[in-house]
Design a protein. Structure first.
Length: 114
């Protein structure tokens, strides 16, 4: 599992050389393989760089999961599976995403111990 937001120098170089909408797609081109899972997070569901990554992932055989608030924006329509936080309040949406991320992390930590 890797986070595409961890390498800030690479992200800023991509944003400078291409545009900020491509910072995740260009990383996926290096790391992703068909059958991988992309978890895409956008409170509004309309973040261009997230949508570009999900579109690319869908076209290249990845499973895409979107995490967003209601109504979900374009991410809610584009991702193959979606976890909606039933709120339009960004703070509550982010709290819901935080909890979901922890649950996913603990699932994998416990699976490794089994």
């Amino acid at each position: 599992m890797i986070s595409l937001t961890d390498n800030i120098p690479w992200m800023t170089a991509l944003a400078n050389d291409l545009d900020y909408g491509q910072v995740f797609v260009e990383q996926l081109k290096n790391y992703a393989e068909p059958g991988d899972v992309l978890i895409a997070i956008s409170g509004s569901g309309n973040s261009k760089n997230v949508l570009e990554a999900v579109s690319w992932a869908n076209e290249h055989g990845l499973m895409t999961i979107g995490m967003t608030g209601r109504p979900g924006g374009d991410l809610g329509k584009l991702a193959k599976s979606v976890l909606f936080v039933e709120s339009s309040h960004m703070g509550q949406i982010e709290d819901g995403h935080f909890l979901a991320q922890h649950m996913i992390g603990y699932y994998f930590m416990e699976a490794d111990n089994a």
